[in-house]
Write a protein that binds this ligand. Structure first.
Ligand SMILES: C[S@@+](CC[C@H](N)C(=O)[O-])C[C@H]1O[C@@H](n2cnc3c(N)ncnc32)[C@H](O)[C@@H]1O
Length: 235
């Protein structure tokens, strides 16, 4: 064990332990309060019909590119996938078709009304592999090591406690599992006012947060204007 006997040695020890305390405390302090209070107001008691009209509108890039977004996940039959922040579930249903009846899609959201809608629309398509999971701003409630891929599509900037959500996603992924983030670019001077006002952080900050949570960036897939598609692997 290292002992400090001189005054300068003791000062060095104090400085070192203060630095270590800051390093360890930083992520915890960031979770003391929501990083974006109010951003999920419209999802607390969602008007499902109105949300469906806006999320599944032909002018929304994510809806227009939905098949490409799912194709780029590289899914195989039998895989288990979590659609974190599944919203009205149009992506969940596309994933369900890809993984087949031996696979599973966990439609995870914070709004029970949205999950009820996802289940009824999946039933209407005869899908038997969609499992709803209600979570909150701190946990996805996905079981430990239960999924191969997690998709977070237009949802990362809705995470109010990103360190908690990322920790929950990390434990839900199997070894070498993939986390895919689709979100808005946010570049001051270039991005539209909507993006600058609505989205908390740009791609660089998001990437740093995800790396700090125990993931490695594998690749970026250029797919859509104004939005990025990042693939991370659980470290
Ligand atoms: C903009 S919508 C995107 C829905 C869907 N992924 C899509 O692209 O159409 C954001 C969704 O994230 C959900 N959400 C917000 N915070 C969340 C969290 N911490 N964990 C999971 N879902 C969350 C909301 O309830 C809402 O359904």
């Amino acid at each position: 064990m290292c002992q400090f006997t001189s005054l300068s040695g003791r000062l060095a020890a104090v400085w070192l332990s203060a630095c270590l305390a800051c390093y360890v405390a930083a992520p915890v302090a960031a979770q003391d309060a929501s990083v974006n209070p109010g951003i999920n107001r419209s999802y607390e008691n969602p008007d499902v019909e109105r949300l469906q009209a806006s999320l599944e509108g032909e002018r929304r890039a994510i809806y227009m590119y939905r098949h490409a977004i799912v194709a780029a996940l590289g899914l195989q039959e039998g895989m288990a996938v979590a659609d974190v922040g599944s919203g009205t579930g149009f992506i969940t249903r596309l994933i369900a078709h890809q993984v087949g009846s031996d696979g599973r899609v966990y439609a995870m959201d914070i709004a029970q009304d949205l999950l009820d809608h996802v289940v009824s629309t999946a039933d209407a398509e005869g899908l038997t592999n969609v499992v709803p999971v209600l979570g909150d701003q701190h946990t996805t409630n996905l079981r430990s090591e239960s999924v191969d891929v997690v998709l977070v599509c237009d949802v990362y900037h809705h995470f109010e406690f990103p360190f908690d959500s990322l920790a929950s996603i990390h434990q839900a992924l199997r070894d070498d599992g993939l986390l895919v983030i689709v979100d808005f670019e946010r570049v001051v001077g270039l991005s539209a006012d909507f993006q600058l006002n609505h989205v908390r952080a740009g791609k660089g900050t998001v990437t740093d947060e995800i790396k700090d949570a125990g993931f490695d960036l594998v690749k970026e897939i250029p797919l859509m204007p104004d939005q990025y598609y990042l693939v991370f692997r659980k470290r």
